[in-house]
Design a protein around this ligand. Structure first.
Ligand SMILES: Cc1ncc(COP(=O)(O)O)c(C=O)c1O
Length: 464
């Protein structure tokens, strides 16, 4: 790979380090496309409903809309664009690959082999000696493959997932996602999925004086569900968990939680799946978020950032002893997207060579310390938290009762957008503003974006 002299200074990867709003968004040109989209496309379209943005061009962690406004992108395509839009190192690899091959199913190619080698070389613990399987290109399909592999190996059919989880939109992945609206409106079909409480320190589902006690009690609950013959569930084929919960609200579990799950899984021969689709690829300051506690799963799902600059790529990495399924057990025509593989490989090399994990740890400190120092003056902010650049700000009506305040989170998202910074919204009660920015944000960009967020929070607070 050609060196682009970027090391630790990412300034040139973006249009600018601050937003530039020339026309109050959405401006007239953006409105034309937004309206056309409503006319032509399904009512299931999602993001433009909360952030009415029509994108013209993007660079790094900045977006330009059709009216020429420049935004800081703290949303990062829902946590996909870890190396930033059109990262030049990945673009170069894509251009080279385009001259050779795009589609190859699962036939071996040079780029595929290099990527498989790379993924195993960075995989945590014993997974280094495991297997890679490239699934269909979405995260949801990686989750389906993980379930299938676990069910095949254990001969069992039920899955244990966690409250606050999101694992995707295909039927199995959706069945293991805890959002009630999907159960009520769309009835996912995996019949035996059970949800245990995730240790959410700010809202521990148990009476607990510390995050560790919350972790302990959550583990006891899981153990009881599995060991009590009258718990109402069968012993699951797998437990699937996000090592840091994403859509649930950027929730970092206490350090004892994942090692405790590992113990329970080992004792009962349950396949432990870590869904790393959102929290890995440097997002939390480590290549895989499970490395924060050094816990190694049996299967790890990956997607999102692993396609580099927004190309689709999904995979599972798993222990070799699980590799018993048959040829053709999980097939699909887009499993070998060579462009995504080239972009993904170049992006992994970029993350390593540019020391992005260390940068992310520093940016976490900058953002969280700015937010926390303002918390006393932000009366509706219950907690600012997160790991790396997966940061969440949770809104409550009252800091004592912690009653969720989703309307406030929505208003803050809207005001921040009007001022030129894009955030995601998530959390159990849709009351968490989430940052999933490209990891190549400069310190100035983190400070500018966070300053605008704080301004938006204070403005929204004055309105009530
Ligand atoms: C933890 C996690 N798992 C799975 C998925 C599903 O991935 P995809 O949208 O690529 O199907 C997501 C998407 O947000 C996710 O955050």
């Amino acid at each position: 790979m050609e060196n682009t002299d970027l090391r630790s200074d990412f300034t040139d990867l973006h249009f600018a380090e601050e937003p530039n709003i020339k026309v109050t968004p959405p401006g007239p040109e953006s409105m034309k496309l937004l309206e056309k989209q409503k006319e032509l496309e399904s009512s299931a379209v999602s993001y433009p409903r909360s952030t009415p943005l029509a994108i013209d061009k993007a660079k790094g962690a900045t977006l330009r809309d059709l009216d020429g406004n420049i935004y800081l992108d703290f949303f990062g395509g829902a946590g996909v664009l870890n190396v930033g839009q059109l990262n030049p190192v990945a673009v170069e690899a894509v251009e080279e690959q385009l001259e050779n091959l795009v589609h190859a199913l699962d036939f071996p190619t040079k780029v595929r082999t290099k990527l498989a080698e790379k993924l195993l070389s960075i995989a945590p613990g014993e997974l280094e000696d495991g297997k890679v399987f490239f699934t269909a290109p979405t995260g949801s399909d990686a989750v389906e493959a993980a379930f299938k592999l676990a069910m095949f190996n254990t001969g069992r059919s039920s899955i244990m997932a966690f409250q606050g989880s999101y694992h995707g939109m295909t039927q199995g992945a959706l069945s293991a996602s805890s959002g009630r609206k999907f159960f009520e409106d769309y009835q996912p079909t995996l019949p035996q999925t059970h949800f245990a409480p995730y240790p959410y320190p700010y809202r521990c589902p148990f009476d607990a004086d510390s995050p560790e006690e919350c972790g302990e009690k959550s583990l006891n609950y899981v153990r009881k569900m599995i060991e009590d013959p009258h718990s109402g569930i069968s012993v699951p084929a797998a437990m699937i968990v996000e090592p840091v919960q994403g859509e649930g609200g950027s929730i970092v579990p206490p350090d004892n939680f994942l090692p405790g799950l590992r113990e329970i899984a080992d004792e009962h021969d349950i396949t432990l799946i870590f869904d790393e689709i959102q929290a890995s690829n440097g997002r939390c300051g480590e290549m895989f978020s499970s490395e924060l506690t050094g816990t190694v799963p049996d299967i790890m799902t990956i997607a999102k950032g692993f396609g580099g600059i927004g190309f689709p790529l999904g995979a599972i990495i798993y222990r070799e002893e699980l590799d018993n399924w048959k040829s053709g057990a999980h097939i699909g025509t887009f499993r070998g997207h060579q462009i995504a593989m080239a972009a993904g490989l170049a992006s992994l090399e970029f993350l390593e060579e540019e020391g992005v994990n260390d940068h992310v740890k520093e940016m976490e400190k900058v953002m969280l310390s700015m937010l926390k120092s303002e918390e006393p003056g932000m009366k509706f902010v219950g907690e600012s938290r997160g790991k790396g650049l997966m940061i969440g700000v949770e809104f409550v009506k009252d800091k004592e009762t912690k009653e969720p305040y989703p309307e406030m989170a929505h208003r803050v998202q809207e005001l921040a957008y009007k001022k030129g910074v894009i955030f995601e919204l998530g959390g159990h009660y849709s009351n968490v503003i989430r940052c999933l920015a490209p990891l190549t944000l400069t310190e100035n960009m983190v400070k500018n974006g966070t300053r605008i967020l704080i301004k938006a929070i204070k403005e929204a607070q004055r309105e009530v």
